[in-house]
Design a protein around this ligand. Structure first.
Ligand code: ZN
Length: 444
C-alpha cells in the first residue's frame, strides 16, 4: 500500500503471509512520546524519522479531526534482503513495515516508494478503523479512499510542523500530499481510490473536520442490514447533519464506496436437528493434505460445493486452520456464510474467534442450525483479520473436484465480491449435509 501505483490500483484484499522468523539481528527500540519503533536493519536516525512522522500524523488526527488515537502507536520495522516491501496496520495501534534495504526509505523519485505518505496513509486507516471496527460495508475504494485523502492531508500537516527535515532523506515531500491528490483528481479519468478520496474531502468540507470522528463512531455503532447497509448509514448521516448538500453527496458516495451483500433468492427452510436422518454426508473438494495457508485481510475464503440432489440441509462446516496473534482470542465473532452459487447470501452464521486455537492446525467443527442448501452452493468464511489477529486457513495443492488448469472451485473474496478461482489449491473447508427423515419414502 505504499507504492504510488499500488495505492491507486490495489483492492483492500491483502494476503497476510505466514509469520517468518527473521535473522539473528537484534531488534532495537526508539521510544518517542507517542510512537514506539521496534527496528532491525535500519539506522537509529531512520527509526527516529519514522517515529517523528507517525507522531505528527497522529497529532493531525487528534487536533484537526478529533479522533480517538492510541497513546502510543507501535511501528515494527524490519529491513533485510528478501523481504517483501509492504506496510500495513492492525486496525488498532500498530503498523508493520518491511523493506529489503534502508535505501528504500529514499525519496519516491529515487526509490519509487512513498514511505512518508505511506505512514500517514496507514495512520489514517487506524483513525477510521478504531471508530468503525467492523467496516465490511465499506468497499476497497471507500476504505483506501479515506486513507488516501487523510494521508495526503497528513503529509501536508507533517511538513507544516517539521519541514523537510522530518524525513531521514530530506526532500520537499509536499508533492506527495494533497498536491498529488489534486493532480490525480484533475486527470481525465481519476481512479476509484482518488475519486473516493475526493468524496471524503467533500464530506469534510460540508460537515467540518471535527464532525468526522463522531460520524464514524455513529456509523460504527449502527445496526446494519448487510444486504442494504446504505439505508441505515444514510439515516445516521442525515440525522446528525441537516444539510441539503448531503443527500447528493450520499448518493454519489453510496454508489462508489458501499459494499452490499446481495440476498439470495433461494428461500432456505430450516429444520430441527431431530427432524434429520442423522446420516450426514461430508462434501469436500480438498484432498486432506495441507500444502499452504493464508489469512486474507479485507477478504475471505470460499468454496463451491455440490449436493447429490435437492433437499439437503447444511448441519456443520469444518475448517482446517489455526489462529495467530495474541494468546487470548479477540472478543469478536467471525462469519460463515451460506451462499448460492452466485455468492449471494442465504444465511450468515457467527462463531466466536476462540473456536480456533493457536499452534498446530486442526479441523474445527462449526455446527449450524440445519439449513436447506441449493444443489450448488458456496461456503464463505471471513475472519476480518489483521497482521496481529486472524486465522490461517489451509489449502491443499492442485485443483480440486470440478477444477481445471485455471484452478479449482476455491476462491478468495466475500459474499457479493468473490474473486477468481485459486490456482494454488483448494481451501480445506468442508460441509456436512443431511436429509430430513420425511425425505426418505421408505421410512414413512
Ligand atoms: Zn491502505
Amino acid at each position: 500500500m505504499i507504492r504510488a501505483v499500488s495505492v491507486l490500483t490495489m483492492t483492500a484484499t491483502t494476503l497476510i503471509a505466514p509469520a517468518v522468523t527473521h535473522g539473528q539481528d537484534q531488534e532495537q527500540v526508539h521510544r518517542g512520546d507517542h510512537a514506539l519503533v521496534r527496528y532491525t536493519g535500519v539506522e537509529a536516525a531512520q527509526a527516529e524519522a519514522i517515529a517523528t512522522v507517525v507522531e505528527a500524523t497522529r497529532q493531525v488526527a487528534i487536533e484537526r479531526y478529533g479522533f480517538d488515537m492510541p497513546a502510543t502507536i507501535t511501528i515494527r520495522v524490519n529491513s533485510q534482503p528478501g523481504n517483501k516491501v509492504r506496510l500495513f496496520n492492525d486496525g488498532h495501534d500498530r503498523l508493520d513495515l518491511s523493506l529489503r534495504s534502508p535505501d528504500q526509505l529514499r525519496p519516491p523519485n529515487e526509490s519509487g516508494i512513498f514511505h512518508l505518505y505511506g505512514l500517514c496513509h496507514e495512520v489514517g486507516h487506524l483513525a477510521m478503523y478504531r471508530a468503525i471496527p467492523r467496516h465490511g460495508w465499506l468497499n476497497a475504494a471507500g476504505a483506501e479512499g479515506w486513507a488516501h485523502f487523510i494521508g495526503s492531508e497528513m503529509v501536508d500537516g507533517v511538513y507544516e510542523t517539521h519541514g523537510e527535515s522530518a524525513w531521514c532523506f530530506p526532500y520537499d515531500y509536499r508533492e506527495d500530499g494533497t498536491a498529488r491528490l489534486d493532480a490525480q483528481l484533475a486527470e481525465d479519468e481519476p481512479g476509484e481510490v482518488a475519486r473516493a478520496a475526493g468524496l471524503w474531502r467533500e464530506l469534510v468540507r460540508i460537515i467540518g473536520p471535527k464532525h468526522i470522528a463522531p460520524l464514524f463512531s455513529a456509523w460504527g455503532q449502527a445496526e446494519l442490514d448487510p444486504s442494504d447497509p446504505g439505508a441505515e448509514l444514510r439515516r445516521v448521516l442525515l440525522d446528525l447533519h441537516d444539510d441539503e448538500q448531503l443527500t447528493g453527496w450520499w448518493n454519489r458516495a453510496e454508489l462508489l464506496m458501499i459494499q452490499t451483500q446481495p440476498r439470495s433468492g433461494f428461500n432456505a427452510r430450516t429444520a430441527k436437528p431431530t427432524a434429520l436422518m442423522r446420516q450426514p454426508r461430508e462434501l469436500a473438494i480438498d484432498n486432506g493434505k495441507p500444502a499452504g495457508k493464508r489469512s486474507i485481510a479485507g477478504g475471505g475464503h470460499a468454496v463451491t460445493l455440490e449436493t447429490p440432489g435437492p433437499g439437503w440441509y447444511l448441519t456443520k462446516v469444518r475448517i482446517f486452520g489455526s489462529r495467530y496473534g495474541h494468546p487470548r482470542p479477540p472478543k469478536e465473532d467471525f462469519s460463515v456464510w451460506l451462499c448460492d452459487e452466485d455468492g449471494q447470501v442465504i444465511r450468515e452464521f457467527k462463531f466466536p474467534y476462540g473456536k480456533f486455537a493457536r499452534g498446530n492446525p486442526k479441523w474445527v467443527i462449526l455446527a449450524t442450525e440445519p439449513t436447506e442448501v441449493p444443489q450448488r452452493f458456496v461456503i464463505c468464511v471471513g475472519f476480518n483479520p489483521t497482521g496481529t489477529k486472524g486465522v490461517f486457513v489451509h489449502h491443499d495443492s492442485g485443483p480440486g473436484v470440478g477444477g481445471n488448469d485455471e484452478g479449482g472451485p476455491s476462491r478468495v473474496g466475500l459474499p457479493g465480491r468473490l474473486g477468481d478461482a485459486m490456482s494454488e489449491g483448494d481451501w480445506m473447508i468442508r460441509a456436512l449435509i443431511d436429509q430430513r427423515k420425511d425425505a426418505d419414502a421408505l421410512r414413512e
